[in-house]
Ligand binder design. Structure first.
Ligand SMILES: *[C@@H]1O[C@H](CO)[C@@H](O)[C@H](O)[C@H]1NC(C)=O
Ligand SMILES: *[C@@H]1O[C@H](CO)[C@@H](O)[C@H](O)[C@H]1NC(C)=O
Length: 603
């Protein structure tokens, strides 16, 4: 068998030549090969970052404080911020494919919840309790909604587009979209809630009312079942009006209402853009006991052999590097862009962040004028900017759908007829890509489209830290876990996180044409039809403290020394007021507010 052997050694050689270089790139990308970034970090601007809850020493947050917060959003007009926090995250982690302990709780562990924070005044975030519809209301949530609530991504907008048109600061209510992962090994859902700002407690109201669940076939694109992760509102298209308090309003009363009154009595669910977690694979009857303890197999590969194997045998356990749009008016999902079938890595689903491109002032007219999407392949991490563009004309984006009228409303005895609804899918083109030295864990964007990007110095270090916390939790809950005697886990140290600002400058024939804040100038240049090149500049702004630095200062980090989550997974930016809200899905110590240091970052 000389020939096949020779052949196979030749192909092995070819493979090793082909993959040697990419593998080196892979190592560098995750901080496994020494480069300037992986030098022991000294913290940077950490004194500008404070824990939001005023505990003097930074220890694990109590059940009365937000911790393990995956995502944060800020509604700019009302200045209301929302955070999705799940204290049971280590046992139930859709991003990493870990499904343990659905109903096991640790002593003193709080409930998974959305927290609301009125940042317009000096105040603290408040946990929102979910209010269910009355038993007599036509639309009912699943019975286990409260028990199986595991929120990740969030999006927020006005309860009715009437308010968006005017950008009012005091609307009756806001709509909160929550990517929720109630079932192990299954696609997630989007639960829609209303947070009233005009009832008892006003903006401090600690109740959000459940109104809808978007799930199943509504979140399916062609044959792909999707599991929403990060979401952004497309505020130009909405569902029909639903009564805000769940009870339908008499025709007679409706007729007498002013536009203002009508808007305040109703809710319209917005369309939204989203990225998906790894597609749940069909698992036949095999979801039983054996697989409930998934291995938290590391998503990044630190041995050449496994790397080569992953390239040759890609699993279908990877998130699609695509973005999708859910059309709330027709209750269907469509693909917005496809990055092709790049191999990706488990635990790093694509992130998105939308901006309105500077709004009308800068000549834009959509809430989704541009969006940033992160992609991660075996060797490369990058962020691309997608701009709404009518390459094929507006009409190419319009599609007609036949849907059942009255479906989903659950009105007994209502006759179902098919009606035709037109959806508009915006088209996007990309001109700009920015390469990054590390995979991104979070992106934020200010209203001028300047990016804030969070990443880890060393991916393996971060993943080991998560594993260690997970092991420790298991041990606390179940006593000593024999399967986890690995000393690697014990050695894991608190990882170092970094946040950079990525700003840009418009260029015209290599001359600086405009800065991001020169909106009128940008508009004029756009109107002249000039094609402006965008040049990105990236600067480190915040670096957390390494374990070594922290331990040199002894136990208990005092709050005035600053605090940044060890792994940042969510950032909300308000450049006008000059701060960032920073959260981490694996952060037991709470959330941080960072003041943008004046001479460091562009304001
Ligand atoms: C937005 O602006 C573009 C280009 O100026 C225009 O073609 C389009 O019709 C506008 N869309 C809306 C919804 O006003
Ligand atoms: C949306 O579609 C799904 C399935 O396609 C259906 O089960 C659900 O009732 C629909 N919801 C609405 C509000 O029409």
């Amino acid at each position: 068998m000389l020939v096949p052997l020779a052949l196979s050694s030749i192909s092995a050689l070819a493979l090793s030549i082909l993959t040697y270089h990419p593998y080196q790139k892979h190592l560098t990308l995750h901080g496994l090969k020494k480069d300037p970034l992986s030098r022991p970090a000294s913290s940077l601007n950490l004194e500008s970052c404070e824990p939001v809850y005023p505990n003097k020493f930074l220890g694990p947050a109590s059940a009365a404080e937000p911790a393990f917060c995956d995502d944060v959003v800020l509604h700019h007009q009302t200045k209301m911020a929302y955070m999705s926090c799940d204290p049971g995250r280590l046992g139930w982690d859709a991003r990493m494919g870990v499904w343990e302990d659905e109903e096991v709780k640790e002593e003193g562990q709080g409930e998974a919840a959305i927290w609301a924070w009125d940042t317009s005044v000096e105040s603290l975030p408040r946990k929102l309790f979910i209010k269910l519809p009355l038993p007599s209301d036509p639309v009912q949530p699943p019975k286990d909604l409260l028990r199986t609530f595991h929120p990740s991504g969030l999006a927020v907008t006005y309860s009715h587009p009437h308010y968006s048109d005017q950008g009012v600061e005091n609307p009756a209510a806001l709509v909160i979209l929550v990517a929720n992962h109630p079932k192990a090994h299954e696609a997630g859902v989007v639960d829609v809630f209303v947070h009233n700002l005009d009832s008892i407690g006003g903006r401090n109201s600690n109740i959000m009312r459940w109104i809808r669940r978007i799930e199943g076939d509504s979140l399916k694109e062609e044959e792909r079942r999707l599991s929403p992760f990060r979401m952004e509102i497309f505020d130009e298209q909405h569902s029909k009006s639903l009564p805000r308090d769940g009870r339908s309003i008499e025709e007679k009363v409706l007729e007498g209402m002013s536009r203002e009154e009508y808007a305040s009595a109703h809710v319209r669910i917005p369309s939204f853009l989203f990225t998906s977690l790894a597609l749940p694979t069909v698992r036949g009857g095999e979801t039983a006991a054996g697989t409930t303890r998934s291995s938290s197999s590391s998503s990044v590969i630190d041995s050449y052999l496994t790397y080569a194997k992953a390239l040759m045998m890609p699993t279908n356990d990877l998130p699609p590097q695509d973005a999708f749009i859910y059309h709330a008016n027709a209750n269907v999902t469509m693909n917005v862009l496809s990055e092709g079938s790049l191999p990706s890595w488990r635990g790093f689903p694509p992130l998105i962040k939308a901006t309105d491109g500077g709004g009308k002032e800068a000549g834009s007219n959509s809430s989704l004028a541009t969006f940033y999407a992160s992609t991660l392949s075996g060797e490369e991490s990058k962020i691309s900017e997608w701009t709404q563009h009518w390459v094929k004309g507006i009409r190419a984006g319009i599609k007609e759908h036949l849907v059942e009228s009255g479906s989903g409303e659950g009105v007994v005895g209502e006759k179902k007829t098919m009606i035709s609804i037109k959806t508009y899918t915006p088209q996007f083109v990309t001109f700009w890509r920015h390469k990054l030295k590390r995979p991104l864990w979070a992106i934020g964007s200010d209203r001028l489209g300047r990016i804030w990007a969070a990443y880890q110095t060393d991916t393996i270090e971060a993943l080991k830290w998560i594993d260690r916390m997970r092991q420790e939790r298991r041990t606390r809950i179940r006593g000593v876990d024999s399967s986890s005697s690995s000393s690697q886990v014990e050695q894991a140290i608190r990882p170092t996180s970094r946040i950079d600002q990525i700003t840009y400058i418009y260029k015209n024939l290599n001359l600086a044409a405009a800065h991001p804040w020169e909106l009128t100038k940008v508009k004029q240049l756009k109107e002249k039809g000039l094609f402006l090149r965008k040049e990105f500049h990236q600067l480190s702004i915040f670096v957390s403290e390494s374990q070594e630095q922290a331990s040199r200062r002894g136990t208990g980090i005092e709050r005035h020394k600053g605090f940044l989550p060890s792994i940042v997974t969510g950032i909300a930016v308000d450049h006008e007021r000059g701060f960032l809200i920073v959260v981490g899905a694996y952060e037991e110590r709470g959330i941080a507010k960072c003041v943008i240091p004046e001479r460091w970052a562009e304001m």
